[in-house]
Write a protein that binds this ligand. Structure first.
Ligand code: ASP
Length: 417
């Protein structure tokens, strides 16, 4: 999904168009007030509905392609286990950092993002027991789960399907894999279309509605929200991952950073782990010194499945929304947020704004739904691009750390030396 072509003039670039739409929305909302908010509000709702429309097919095709393209063979089972273990570990740490930040900084408290009139508060989902949770994840009927957007169940099925396809013999695997790959490409085109053409209008409408109902105070809250996320991502990038590199892999983090400058810059400018992948593979093989055997396995799957920055963002974002709505999430519900954020980050495609699309999965898991939630997500979208650029850097850097650590554990020498 290309959101900006390389030679595009500044005003053709998506982030500028979104920024301009946002400014126009602020001005229009402040001048037009509630009457304007009521008139253009439906365009914002339309945009959110379009985003929700693509979630199920995008997540399914993204996961099946990512998991199935790994293939099967000697030693791959072990590599697969290590890779998944690393992905889960680092994403879990990222979630914990995100939760800590949002609980310490509390950017949503007192945030006036939902308008003066208090609508009915959503009733939060309460986890019955771990057993119920597991039973809930396994769908009785896959199509029923898709129709009800039961994302955990869908993600579970997609992972299982991906694994099953990966162990088929080649004559069966190839056609299925290419079907899912093509379907994924089509979904990327659709997502790109929505983000490119509808996002500016949607952002305009959402911001105009927000300003028309709450005025400028919303921006103060968004500034604190953005700051909280930047702090969280920085802690993960500069503290957690270097510590993991040092203690799990015995690798010098400073040298690793130096070797990864190019992919970091690329991730920052494209906001897409997918678009950065060729540069990541090149740097991890030629500069970090990891074998092709490991990079070809760990990095493509990592680009789709391992998204620490996105997982951190999902956790912190959902808790921010809950805080802004004055809803307090208990320990169990925060646990549910972590769990779903992990799965949502797996399901997020390696493209710009994917994290924002899948935040609805996490919101739904704790039953934070309704017009107020959509209003806040819309406001978050206005500041999403720079945050997306930074979380993509974290996503890509974590993949490269994984490749280096796994290569070392496989007995490879000369990593980052
Ligand atoms: N843009 C991110 C990536 O490609 C995903 C996200 O939106 O969080 O890694």
């Amino acid at each position: 999904m290309s959101t900006t072509s390389p030679g595009a003039k500044w005003h053709q670039q998506l982030h500028w168009r979104i920024a301009i739409a946002m400014m126009l929305g602020v001005i229009a909302g402040l001048i037009g007030g509630e009457p304007l908010a009521d008139t253009v509000g439906w365009l914002g709702t339309l945009f959110i509905k379009l985003l929700k429309m693509i979630i199920v097919p995008l997540v399914v095709t993204s996961i099946v392609t990512g998991v199935a393209s790994v293939g099967a063979g000697a030693g791959l089972g072990r590599l697969f286990g290590k890779t998944l273990g690393y992905y889960m570990l680092t994403s879990l740490f990222a979630c914990i950092v995100g939760l800590a930040m949002v609980n310490i900084i509390r950017p949503g408290e007192g945030a006036d993002l939902v308008g003066a009139e208090t609508e009915e508060m959503p009733e939060l989902t309460v986890i019955q027991s771990p057993v119920d949770l597991i039973l809930d994840i396994v769908p009785e009927n896959v199509f029923g789960a898709a129709a009800e957007t039961k994302m955990l169940a869908i993600i579970f099925f997609a992972i299982m399907l991906g694994i099953s396809i990966s162990v088929l013999k080649q004559s069966h695997r190839e056609p299925l894999l290419s079907f899912f790959q093509s379907a994924f490409e089509a979904m990327m085109v659709l997502t790109g279309g929505i983000i490119n053409y509808v996002a500016p209008i949607g952002v305009f409408a959402l911001i105009a509605r927000l300003m028309g109902t709450t005025g400028l105070s919303a921006f103060k809250s968004l500034g604190l929200y953005a700051l909280m996320l930047v702090c969280g991502l920085t802690v993960h990038l500069l503290v957690t991952l270097p510590l993991i590199l040092r203690f799990l892999g015995g690798i010098n983090p400073v040298k690793h950073f130096r070797n990864m400058v190019q992919p970091i810059v690329m991730a920052f400018s494209t906001s897409s782990s997918g678009a950065t992948l060729p540069v990541t593979i090149d740097a991890v093989e030629n500069k970090v010194g990891v074998s092709n055997r490991v990079t070809s396995f760990v990095l493509p799957m990592g680009a789709t499945v391992n998204m620490d920055g996105t997982a951190l963002y999902e956790c912190a974002g959902v808790l921010f929304i809950a805080q802004a709505m004055g809803v307090s999430l208990g320990f169990e519900q925060q646990l549910m947020v972590v769990f779903t954020a992990l799965l949502a980050s797996i399901g997020a495609a390696a493209v710009p704004s994917a994290g924002l699309v899948v935040i609805f999965i996490v919101l739904q898991a704790v039953n934070l739904t309704g017009p107020q939630v959509e209003l806040i997500v819309g406001a978050m979208l206005a500041v999403d691009r720079p945050l997306d650029m930074y979380r993509t850097v974290v996503n890509v850097f974590s993949d490269s750390c994984g490749a280096a650590i796994i290569a070392k554990s496989e007995g490879e020498t000369g990593i980052d030396e």
